[in-house]
Design a protein around this ligand. Structure first.
Ligand SMILES: *[C@@H]1O[C@H](CO)[C@@H](O)[C@H](O)[C@H]1NC(C)=O
Ligand SMILES: *[C@@H]1O[C@H](CO)[C@@H](O)[C@H](O)[C@H]1NC(C)=O
Length: 176
């Protein structure tokens, strides 16, 4: 990486908005993990599609702005999953569900302020979410079981995003 790029990245990460976002993320993330669990009963063990572990290991080796774009895009695609289909069949606690969706949308909006122009995330992420939607919600007409699988996968993503953001934060702290 060129030193100029490093300089730009450090400036980006230490900018007020980004700092703010980075320092609040783990609290927000903890909140969304708590909410997604309180929306319904215990998380299901049924995994409708293989979890994209490869995407997560690939994203650890790309520049920070791409990692941030990945977090943003994952949150956006996740919010869309919940938005696209009829959620009344899920039978979830409405208060927790509304709060959960608000929390991930707020995280997504906050991170947007951190990303320079339009940085594209990693290839394959959209394909993964389309497939997840297809085999769960679209395939069953949004059955209760399908929603539980969507909730389970979303939880797994939030856990992984939390780890990734922690890594970004450690990197930016070392640079200061
Ligand atoms: C959602 O599903 C419920 C229960 O099946 C149904 O009563 C309601 O009309 C549906 N809403 C929409 C917008 O399709
Ligand atoms: C839904 O969750 C809220 C907390 O988020 C709780 O106060 C409320 O009692 C729950 N409602 C039902 C019907 O379980």
């Amino acid at each position: 990486m060129s030193s100029l790029l490093l300089l730009v990245l450090s400036a980006l990460l230490t900018s007020a908005l980004c700092c703010d976002w980075l320092s609040h993320y783990s609290q927000m993330s903890g909140e969304s993990l708590k909410l997604i669990k309180s929306m319904g009963g215990p998380l299901t063990d049924e995994r409708p599609v293989p979890f994209p572990n490869k995407l997560y290991s690939r994203i650890r080796r790309v520049p920070v702005h791409s990692q941030l774009a990945f977090v943003e895009e994952t949150l956006t695609l996740m919010a869309q999953l919940f938005d696209n289909a009829n959620m009344s069949t899920a039978g979830w606690n409405q208060t927790s569900t509304d709060k959960f969706l608000m929390t991930i949308e707020r995280q997504r909006d906050d991170i947007s302020s951190c990303i320079p122009s339009k940085t594209s995330a990693v290839a394959g992420l959209q394909r993964y979410f389309r497939r997840l939607e297809k085999v769960t919600l679209l395939h069953t007409g949004a059955s209760r079981g399908a929603w539980e699988q969507v909730r389970r996968e979303s939880w797994a993503h939030l856990v992984q995003l939390d780890v990734l953001v922690q890594q970004i934060r450690d990197q930016s702290a070392r640079r200061r």
